[in-house]
Design a protein around this ligand. Structure first.
Ligand code: WTA
Length: 651
């Protein structure tokens, strides 16, 4: 890689010939007589040809071949129609035959213990738990909620569900028990799989004891499976709660893999939207497998000998797709780490990379900015020469952080794959390939077979105009969400009603003259705090559920490390007086309702909030005030004096 020009906006980094020549994508192009990147993008416009080739490239083994590659009845797409399939066959069963002794996971607990799990062991563990689930009466289509930390049992639990055709719904272990309850209820899960606790920052974070607080209200739950991680004191309810090790002990090592339709549901994953209620994004076995595995193979260039580390928690889509399903389908070795990145010292990650010869690292801009602030000394203490490629995801990466990552982590040798995608897209959508010239801060171009564009509000393309607009996807892709769990109307309204038959991402972006995409952030009322999606409305409804609060408006404010932090304006009920103590109480209340990640950085008590004549709080006016921007159209504002009230509050 070399720097072409040091002028800021013009910097372009070219991948070295060595990287290009050895890349999986170059081999694919050679095989099909494709001579340039542009030609590749053009050729992939034949979607059915391209995605069928991708299925072959990642070695998908259908139980029954598809009759048709794509059936597109907007807004519903079916991929690999008529195929019989189960993703666990490719991720586990097949690997057991091909790579029995190869490591699937190298896991490190926060206190330092190491577990190395081969594909052979993974196969056995998945089968045993799958058999135990069957014994509990779980079968195809049943929902299982999984509330586990970053331990190997999390992928094992997901795979065990998928193996028998059950639908998993993983809830991030950092969410609160209230958030867990909401998701259990929505999915009507019959089983909860959790742990006694986990280690984070030197402490034990309790899970089971907290789950107990909501289980009496989770009427659909029949059994709770508890993995023993920390040996902290917990209570087990007779007839409902079972220790993981005890229920799998006597189970056979083999279990039949359920034959599914390629479009049967694999999992539900809840994500934030513009209302207070999270939406259950649905992904299926077949198309999802092809989408995640092919992007990992061609963007991150995974080869047999690589050691891959995606640092995201499996509770988010990044972990589902790129710590669980994609690497396993490719038979790769992944690193998994349980704890806090700075524990016990700020070089824990770099130590892990050195120790296990990690060759590809995939992380979030917020982490990079945090390390940048701590100084490069921590990175320099370690030999990171095993690294070959780097990646980021979750939010726009500022060029400064990009350069730091490139220089200090990649030693000016490793191209950075800035991948744009969403829970809904299931797979990486806009991203460089190892052959793509890079511009720091740009996710570059859509993956072959992905037709992305930027539209103005009338639906006209702004391609190549360098003007900001709505990021959209024009045609279906294999890992496209199947829908929202029991919320068809919301599915149509959120994604398919802004432009006809076009997927609306909710993000703003511009496309420069060379066709490079620059993602600018969310257009809707969704916050991106440290790369995590949180709906403004979710935090507001959590605030309003506190007895002292009558009204609340929550907005995002740019932050150097976290990308965005939460600022809340709160109107108190009669009889309550503002105090620092109450602020702290509200912050804790939000931690209980949603999780610590949703705690506001700033809370202001105000007497009134800007509202429309119909009484709707004008969140965008609050945001303009916080950002010190023009207020925009305020013709519907019923109480202009509230603007002054909010302004004074933050002074
Ligand atoms: C944002 C995470 C800029 C974007 C995989 C998107 C990004 C939301 C990038 C989805 C990126 C993700 N550059 N912004 N490379 N990647 N985003 O569902 O706003 O947790 O809509 O999926 O994160 O977040 P989600």
């Amino acid at each position: 890689m070399e720097i072409e020009s040091l002028l800021k906006e013009k910097r372009i980094f070219y991948p070295s010939n060595k990287i290009i020549e050895n890349s999986n994508i170059k081999k694919f192009m050679d095989k099909h007589g494709i001579s340039s990147y542009d030609e590749l993008l053009k050729k992939a416009k034949d979607l059915e040809w391209f995605w069928n080739e991708m299925a072959k490239e990642v070695g998908i083994e259908w139980f029954k071949e598809p009759e048709k590659i794509l059936e597109w009845n907007p807004p519903h797409a079916k991929w690999f129609v008529g195929a019989k399939y189960n993703i666990v066959y490719d991720a586990v069963d097949k690997q057991f035959k091909l790579r029995k002794n190869k490591l699937a996971y190298i896991w490190e607990g926060e206190p330092g213990e190491v577990r190395k799990i081969t594909y052979g062991e993974l196969y056995k563990e998945v089968n045993k738990l799958a058999n135990a689930l069957k014994e509990f009466g779980i079968s195809k289509g049943d929902r299982v909620t999984i509330w586990l930390p970053m331990i190997p049992e999390l992928p094992i639990a997901m795979l065990a569900c998928a193996k028998i055709g059950a639908i998993h719904s993983v809830v991030f272990s950092g969410f609160s028990e209230k958030a867990l309850l909401e998701r259990i209820k929505d999915a009507e899960s019959r089983i909860l799989i959790t742990a006694d606790g986990y280690y984070r920052g030197g402490n034990i974070v309790e899970l089971k004891n907290r789950a107990d607080m909501i289980l009496k209200d989770a009427h659909s739950i029949e059994k709770v499976i508890v993995y023993r991680r920390c040996d902290n004191q917990i209570k087990m309810k007779e007839g409902r709660d079972y220790w993981w090790d005890e229920i799998v002990a006597e189970q056979p090592k083999r279990c039949k893999t359920e034959i599914m339709d390629s479009n049967d549901t694999l999992f539900i994953l809840y994500t934030s939207g513009t209302t207070g209620k999270p939406k259950g994004v649905i992904h299926v076995h077949g198309g999802y497998a092809v989408g995640v595995a092919s992007t990992l193979k061609f963007i991150f260039d995974i080869k047999e000998e690589d050691v891959w580390w995606c640092t995201a928690d499996i509770g988010w889509i990044t972990g589902h797709s790129y710590t669980v399903y994609a690497p396993l389908i490719l038979g790769a070795t992944s690193v998994m780490y349980e704890g806090a990145p700075l524990y016990p010292k700020p070089d824990r990650w770099w130590e892990i990379i050195e120790k296990y010869d990690v060759s590809i690292l995939y992380t979030a801009p917020t982490a990079i900015r945090m390390f940048m602030r701590l100084g490069e000394e921590w990175v320099k203490k370690h030999d990171l020469s095993s690294l070959r490629l780097l990646g980021t995801v979750g939010e726009p990466i500022n060029p400064e952080a990009w350069i730091w990552y490139y220089k200090y982590v990649g030693n000016e040798r490793c191209p950075i794959m800035d991948t744009w995608w969403q829970t809904e897209t299931g797979m990486q959508m806009i991203s460089p390939l190892p052959i793509t010239p890079l511009k720091p801060g740009s996710a570059t171009k859509p993956f072959p077979g992905i037709e992305a564009d930027v539209f103005d509000s009338n639906g006209n393309s702004l391609y190549g105009k360098d003007i900001g607009g709505n990021l959209i996807i024009k045609s279906p892709w294999p890992a496209m969400l199947k829908g929202l769990w029991r919320a068809e109307e919301r599915y149509i309204k959120t994604y398919w009603s802004t432009f006809k038959d076009v997927y609306f991402t909710g993000d703003a972006a511009r496309i420069d003259k060379e066709g490079y995409f620059w993602i600018q952030g969310r257009l809707d009322d969704v916050l991106n705090v440290a790369g995590h999606r949180i709906g403004n409305a979710e935090v507001e409804s959590a605030l309003i559920s506190h007895p002292a609060v009558s009204e609340a408006a929550v907005v995002g404010k740019p932050h150097e490390v976290k990308g965005e932090v939460i600022v809340a304006f709160v109107v108190l009920k009669e009889g309550y007086t503002p105090s620092e103590q109450l602020k702290e109480e509200l912050r804790e209340h939000i931690a209980k309702e949603i999780g610590k990640i949703a705690r506001p950085d700033e809370i202001y008590f105000v007497d009134d909030l800007p509202k429309t004549r119909s009484g709707k709080i004008m969140r965008r006016v609050c945001r303009a005030i916080v950002l010190n921007q023009p207020l925009g159209d305020i013709s519907t504002l019923a109480n202009p004096e509230a603007v002054e009230i909010v302004k004074r509050a933050i002074e």
